[in-house]
Design a protein around this ligand. Sequence first.
Ligand SMILES: Cc1ncc(COP(=O)(O)O)c(C=O)c1O
Length: 215
Amino acid sequence: VAVMIEIIQGEGGIHRASIEFQKGLRQLCDEHGWLLICDEVQCGMARTGKWFGYQHAGIQPDVATLAKGLGSGVPIGACMAGGRAAGLFGPGNHGSTFGGNPLACTAALTTIATIEQDGLMANAERVGALIRTLLGEALAGVKGVVEIRGHGLMIGIELARPCGELVGKALAAGLLINVTSDTVVRLLPPLIFSENDARELVDRSVPLIKEFLAA
Ligand SMILES: Cc1ncc(COP(=O)(O)O)c(C=O)c1O
């Protein structure tokens, strides 16, 4: 048996599992001998200010999956295993045509080195907090804004009604955003986002949200 969790749900609308929940889940898995798998494809690779989302709770999964930010756009995914899960696959048990290819692995290694050298974890934490603060100020009291939430550069603005049409409107205004779970504007800025970028993002996205909610 294994339990799989996404510490901050991306497609699910930027919902974050509480620290207590994560610790309790780890304990439950230990008690029952279940494996705990963390899907870190979206919330991993420094997006929340630490390498992996689960590190904020101080828990250690048996297996964690990575992709997206791992190669900075070069396609690569990884499955990490430790503890009881470490020996489940041996060399040659699980292969794929392009698995472990040097180009993708070099992109991943360079990404890891750059995140470390350029302090991008701290940047994600700091700039993400700034974006949420600025959004909170700019959208305070606006009817139809349910919640602004997230961690680091994984940010959701929940609105009171489905807002998928905002994706096209934002694109026309030069902004790449997404809407998940029908009602949540999702922002996943790059880890190199600066404080000026954050201010520009808020200045450009808030009027679109206000206009949408006023219609
Ligand atoms: C949390 C999460 N897990 C897994 C995937 C799938 O990853 P891949 O496209 O690399 O198979 C996605 C893709 O959006 C995702 O957001």
